[in-house]
Ligand binder design. Structure first.
Ligand SMILES: [Mg+2]
Length: 366
C-alpha cells in the first residue's frame, strides 16, 4: 500500500507499507483474519512461505489449539530461521486463529485475553526526521490539539545539537507534563550514542528507542549503565528468546514487542510475562489495531502507539478510522479483533505470488 507521504527516519525512507492479509476458514463457516506488515522488504517471502508451506499444514487442525499450532509452525520453520520472515508469517496465522477463537467465544479479543482495563492510553508517534524544525513543531502541536499528551519523535540528524534543538522545541510545545519519547532507529555506535544521549537528557525523555543496532545487547546494557537514559527495545526482536536476552542482561527498561512480528498473540503474551516478572513495562510497538486489545488485556502494558500515516486507516487498508479522543481509546465489544479490511483497496494493490513492490531502496547509502 502506498503511503500518503514519503517519510524518513535516521535509517530508512519509506514509500510503501507491505501488508500480508490472510483468512482462516473453519468447517463451521467462521472466518478469522490475520496480517503482518513490513517497511518494504519481505512480504513477498512471507506470502510464499504461507502459501507454499504453512497454510497446507493447517488443513484439518483444530483452530482452538493455538499453542499446539504455534509450536508446530515454529518448529517446522526453525531450521529456516527461528525469527524474522518465519515469525512474520506465523504472526499472521496466529492473529487469525485468535480472531476465530474470540469470535467463537463471542468476546472481543481484549476481554478474552484478560480484560485488565476499560480504556488504553494512545501516544502520538510519527516518522518525522525529514521534517524541518518548524514542520516538526507544527506536527506535534496538531497532535496535542487532538488531545494527545504523550509523543514520540525521530532523532538521528547529523548535527549533535540539531537533535537537541528539535527535542527542546517539542518539549516547549508539550510542556513539563507531556511525555516525550525518542527513537534513534539503530543509528549510532556505543561511543556516539553515549555522547549524544548525555546532551539529549536535557529534554527529559521517558526513554530512547533503539539507539544502537538491535543485535547489540551488550552495547545497550553498557549505554544504559553509563548514561542513565532509559532504553526501549523490541521492534526488531522476533520471539521470546530475543526478548529474554535483553531482559536477562538488564539491557532494556521498556519492551516493545510488535504483535505481527513476534509470532502473533500467542508469543506476545509470553513476552509480556517476561516483562512482568522482570518489572519491565510493555510498550507495544506499532500495530495500533491489535495493540489496543493487548494493552487493554495486560496489566503491565502502559500505552499503545499511533504512528501517524502508518495505521491501517491512514494508508487506506481499512475504511473506518479508530476513534481516539484525548489520547485514549476504548476497545469495542464486537467479537474478535474487530478489524475489517477494505477489500477493494487491498485488491487494487495486490501483487501476484513471488512479486515484490517496485520502490526506491529503503536505505540511503552515502
Ligand atoms: Mg522505532
Amino acid at each position: 500500500m502506498p503511503l500518503k507521504q514519503v517519510v524518513s527516519s535516521s535509517r530508512v525512507t519509506m514509500t510503501h507499507r507491505e501488508l500480508v492479509v490472510i483468512e482462516v476458514e473453519t468447517d463451521e463457516g467462521e472466518t478469522g483474519v490475520g496480517w503482518c506488515t513490513t517497511a518494504g522488504v519481505g512480504a513477498a517471502a512471507v506470502h510464499a512461505l504461507i502459501t507454499g508451506y504453512l497454510a497446507p499444514m493447517l488443513v484439518g487442525l483444530d483452530p482452538r489449539n493455538t499453542e499446539r499450532i504455534w509450536q508446530r509452525l515454529w518448529m517446522e520453520c526453525h531450521a529456516a530461521g527461528p525469527a524474522g520472515i518465519t515469525t512474520l508469517a506465523i504472526s499472521a496465522i496466529d492473529i487469525a486463529l485468535w480472531d476465530l477463537k474470540a469470535k467463537s467465544a463471542g468476546e472481543p479479543l481484549h476481554r478474552l485475553l484478560g480484560g485488565a482495563r476499560e480504556s488504553v492510553e494512545v501516544y502520538a508517534s510519527a516518522i518525522n526526521l525529514h521534517l524541518s524544525l518548524d514542520e516538526l513543531v507544527e506536527q506535534v502541536r496538531a497532535q496535542a490539539g487532538e488531545g494527545y499528551t504523550s509523543f514520540k519523535i525521530k532523532i538521528g540528524r547529523p548535527g549533535l545539537y540539531e537533535d537537541l534543538q528539535r527535542c527542546l522545541a517539542v518539549r516547549r510545545v508539550i510542556g513539563d507534563n507531556g511525555l516525550l519519547m525518542l527513537d534513534a532507529n539503530q543509528k549510532w555506535s556505543v561511543g556516539e550514542a553515549t555522547q549524544r544521549i548525555r546532551i539529549l537528557l536535557e529534554a527529559a525523555p521517558l526513554f530512547i528507542e533503539e539507539p544502537l543496532l538491535s543485535d547489540d545487547i551488550e552495547g545497550h546494557a553498557k549505554l544504559r549503565d553509563v548514561t542513565g537514559m532509559p532504553i526501549a527495545m523490541g521492534e526488531q526482536l522476533c520471539n521470546r528468546f530475543e526478548f529474554w536476552n535483553y531482559v536477562s542482561r538488564r539491557a532494556a527498561d521498556y519492551l516493545q514487542p510488535d504483535v505481527w512480528k513476534v509470532g502473533g498473540i500467542t508469543e506476545f503474551l509470553k513476552i509480556a510475562a517476561l516483562g512482568a516478572a522482570a518489572g519491565i513495562p510493555i510498550s507495544p510497538h506499532g500495530a495500533l489495531e491489535l495493540s489496543v486489545h493487548l494493552a487493554a488485556a495486560l496489566p503491565n502494558a502502559m500505552h499503545v502507539e499511533n504512528i501517524f500515516g502508518l495505521n491501517l486507516f491512514d494508508f487506506a487498508a481499512t475504511s473506518t478510522p479508530m476513534i481516539i479522543s484525548n489520547g485514549r481509546y476504548v476497545p469495542g465489544s464486537a467479537p474478535g479483533h474487530g478489524v475489517t479490511f477494505d477489500r477493494a483497496a487491498l485488491e487494487e494493490h495486490e501483487l501476484p505470488l513471488g512479486e515484490a513492490i517496485e520502490r526506491q531502496p529503503l536505505y540511503a547509502f552515502s
